[in-house]
Design a protein around this ligand. Structure first.
Ligand code: GLU
Length: 301
């Protein structure tokens, strides 16, 4: 395999608590996909939200990944240290006339005038796009104009997914009024600069892919391949989440070995035929994306 088609994957956790099963599953699949093709894996801490994240949680996260035997090749600097880098891309968009200040308050954004989508998000109606007189004394957020154009994601798990950002999202905030860059911009820049060719993460982020594809195009990065892995559900159909404290790694590490946990996840996902302990390295030998389908997986632990 030539260097030009080497797979570069990544795992980009938010160090805001102990890893839960969904994070473990996404990390496992990202790792398997890369390792089964002798690629490279990048680790990055997504700590833009400095109130909720900490370097202690980041240390525990690395320890949990080592316990799972999911290794990485490099760790790139955490997002909280990269605002000067994001500034450069922000200025490029500004120079190209793609950005405008937005003074809308939270309550204006959630008002009945903004069209709401079935998932509870709203489409920004462009209120400030042609604003003549900005309100005095308020710091604006900055939005990027989105074109009326459909984006196609050919997802390794979810198949074809389309979104027109103009009707499904509206002009996107790239920098908040407090100066903090938003997830979509930071991820696009970080993945692009790290040369990531494959983004694997939870299904809940599928609608972020077209947003990031648009920013990739504006900022001059190639599109990676996407694989949005199914969400994990309890046997009663409830989505497993960070709130299930008994299922975070702090608790699970007391109850079972890494090979047992990986065996349960791999079996539930249809990657192995029997629910038996297996290491990540053993799984990598037979990993295929074809086995992984659907938007949810039932898991009994
Ligand atoms: N930091 C996000 C999370 O922990 C993942 C973002 C991504 O993979 O793009 O849910």
């Amino acid at each position: 395999m030539g260097a030009e088609n080497k797979v570069v994957g990544r795992f980009a956790p938010t160090p805001s608590g102990r890893m839960h099963l969904g994070n473990v599953f996404a990390a496992l699949i990202a790792w398997l996909s890369v390792r089964s093709r002798k690629g490279e894996l990048v680790l990055r801490m997504e700590d833009l939200d400095t109130q909720r994240t900490s370097s202690d949680f980041a240390d525990i996260l690395r320890d949990d990944l080592r316990w799972l035997e999911l290794d990485w090749d490099i760790e790139t600097p955490p997002q909280s240290m990269r605002s000067a880098v994001y500034d450069r891309y922000f200025e490029k968009m500004m120079d190209e006339g793609l950005l405008y200040p937005c003074y809308c308050t939270r309550s204006q954004l959630h008002s009945v005038n903004a069209p709401h989508l079935s998932d509870g998000t709203y489409v920004y109606p462009g209120t400030c796009r042609n604003l003549q007189t900005p309100p005095p004394g308020r710091r604006p957020a900055w939005r990027v104009k989105v074109p009326d154009r459909e984006w196609y994601v050919r997802d390794l798990v979810q198949g074809d997914y389309r979104l027109n950002l103009a009707t499904g999202c509206g002009d996107m905030v790239v920098r908040r009024a407090d100066g903090v860059y938003v997830y979509q911009l930071a991820v696009t820049v970080d993945d692009g600069e790290a040369g990531v060719t494959e983004v694997v993460r939870g299904m809940d982020l599928l609608s972020s892919a077209p947003r990031q594809m648009y920013l990739q195009e504006l900022l001059g990065f190639p599109h990676p391949t996407y694989g949005h892995v199914p969400m994990l559900l309890a046997p009663d159909g409830r989505r497993l989440s960070k709130r299930d404290k008994d299922l975070d790694l702090g608790e699970l590490r007391k109850r079972m070995s890494a090979a047992e946990l990986i065996g349960h996840l791999a079996f539930a996902a249809g990657l192995i035929e029997k629910d038996a302990p297996i290491s990540a390295a053993e799984l990598a030998a037979e990993f295929s994306w074809d086995a992984l389908k659907g938007d949810s997986i039932y898991l009994q632990l």
